[in-house]
Design a protein around this ligand. Sequence first.
Ligand SMILES: O=C(O)C[C@@H](Cc1ccccc1)C(=O)SCC(=O)c1ccccc1
Ligand SMILES: [Zn+2]
Length: 170
Amino acid sequence: ALLPILSYPDPRLRTIAKPVKEVTAEIKTLIADMIETMYDAQGIGLAASQVDRHIQLIVMDLSEDKDSSRVFINPKVTPLVEEKQPYEEGCLSVPEVYDKVERPNKVRIEALDENGNKIDEEVEGLLAVCIQHEMDHLNGVIFVDYLSRLKQTRARDKVRKVLKIREKQG
Ligand SMILES: O=C(O)C[C@@H](Cc1ccccc1)C(=O)SCC(=O)c1ccccc1
Ligand SMILES: [Zn+2]
């Protein structure tokens, strides 16, 4: 089922997500709904925080054909390089706002997958950028927090405008 995505600056987006204790049937349903919602919103990632579920769960799919989704439960991300690189980011909770954010572009991801199997990978490029962006969501951080006050104000105005237009479109 499609889930409503919280929009910036909704304070619920600032909630700190709790670890997942057990991958229950309910959580497997949430995973499927998040993947469906991510594709419908044309995203490459989605954190549970964005659908108002405050548990440490991320889904991602960077593939062209949108046929290889990945699930990260209780993820831990460790930068593998000091140097930060800028990357043009977007966010499904801040629609139609794109801006450069500097992040390490090589990280180690430790997590569980949807079957409770351990994930321990070194990734770089867009996958590294995206997992850090999603991890931020689980910690109540949104990419606009890294931008200037002026850009944050412009982002708030833009989101308000976009949501009004989407409401009219029905
Ligand atoms: O809000 C989210 O977490 C999803 C977000 C993930 C993300 C994209 C790009 C850089 C960092 C994190 C999106 O999918 S935004 C929409 C999108 O598909 C996209 C935007 C910019 C570059 C590439 C993809
Ligand atoms: Zn986001």
